[in-house]
Design a protein around this ligand. Sequence first.
Ligand code: SIN
Length: 485
Amino acid sequence: MIRHLKSPGLFAAIDRVPAPGTRAGERVFEVFNPSTGELLARLPDMGVDETRAAIDRAFAAQAGWAALTARERSDVLWRWHQLIVDHTDDLAAILTAEMGKPLAEAKSEVAHAAAYLQWYAEEANRIYGETISAPSTDRRMLVIKQPIGVVGTITPWNFPASMVARKISPALAAGCTIVLKPAEQTPLVAGAMFALAAEAGFPEGVVNLIYASEGDAIGRELCSNPKVRKISFTGSTEVGRLLMRQCSDQIKKVSLELGGNAPFIVFDDADIDAAVDGAIQAKFRNAGQTCVSANRLYVQSAVHDAFVEKFVEKVRHLPVGDGFDSDVAIGPLIDSHALAKIELHIADVVAKGGVVRCGGNRIGEKGTFFQPTVLTRISHDMTVAQEETFGPVAPIIRFEDADQVVHEANDTIYGLAAYFYASNLKRVWHVAEALEYGMVGINTGRMSSEAAPFGGIKQSGIGREGSRHGLEDYLEMKYLCMGGI
Ligand code: SIN
């Protein structure tokens, strides 16, 4: 049972979300609290047949949903937004219980989820076409925008509430219907959000949820079923590649938000205290389990020692523990595989001459807690600088030359997020333009917002989420040419 729930009815409704006819069989799977190992819930373990049934429902509902006025679709999104705001405390408690993040972070994530719904409730009313000056007088040429159709969405465990809203609110605003499979570790907050969606009054079949302990077969069905016209996925580059391959037979559209290897660069003209605070935020939010986490910190020689001293002092004092305990800044990692990966990265650093300045070890026997860790004397070729660590580990690389550091920062297959701290305006523009990333934080350690286009280049993904650009990703452009005028 989850502590602090104000309305246990919402939690009880999670189990009932999948529509009759889309839940068959007796199979169940279990959801655990990563801080305590406690069993939180047993959910129906749905498979290919149930996914197909959910797709059929979404397909049947598509034309009716698209035929509503933009204002009517917007009204339902507004009601859902309001219900999420009203249930923030319970949604946050469910999120902390199943994912582990500190309750304050969970509340901020629920607020962020609500902000996406608000944004796209507004944006639903702003879908515009265009008229084009025709090259001859007997023609008129126009462009209209129409919803893509049924969208299959697969969301990750690290932001189990905001990713649901970020993916499906633009799709719904555009007039698409959706089938969503949340991560098997964190299906509960998605279930609670869908229970509230039912209360908001979405017509039958517009939003459909699949609970499943195993994603491969569901993903394959979503990619290969011709009734699904687009896939939107957030997760690893490896899985994104696989889904894209599976979508290629039908030339199905994809939006992919994949892995990153974000550089965080501190130049010698930076405000060092601000850079330390920004690095704490960019590295340790969500215990380092975000795809925009600072993965490698580059600090210019003249300010390296001062930065390291201040940074280590703050990191040492970050409180780690159960997300429900007050003042906790860092919760557990999602599972034991995450712990093992971190340990491998640290062992590689130590074997190659790097230094553990603080942290470096698991905490306790119970749960999956790891000490916030700072590593120095890191070189670009160490595993920790090459691969996404996805944990509370900050490797620091000393650098001398400003052009060389941009070259090293770009020397990766990834291109999601980068950060840098500097004050010289010429340098700020030069570096911002030279970094090969979809998003660049300048003198800030946090940039995610419903108002901004979130997404990456290179092998970090395709498409953007948030802002007016996020809506375009769910619309098809149709050119109309009228002759004989
Ligand atoms: C992520 O996609 O991992 C980061 C999400 C966010 O910063 O909101």
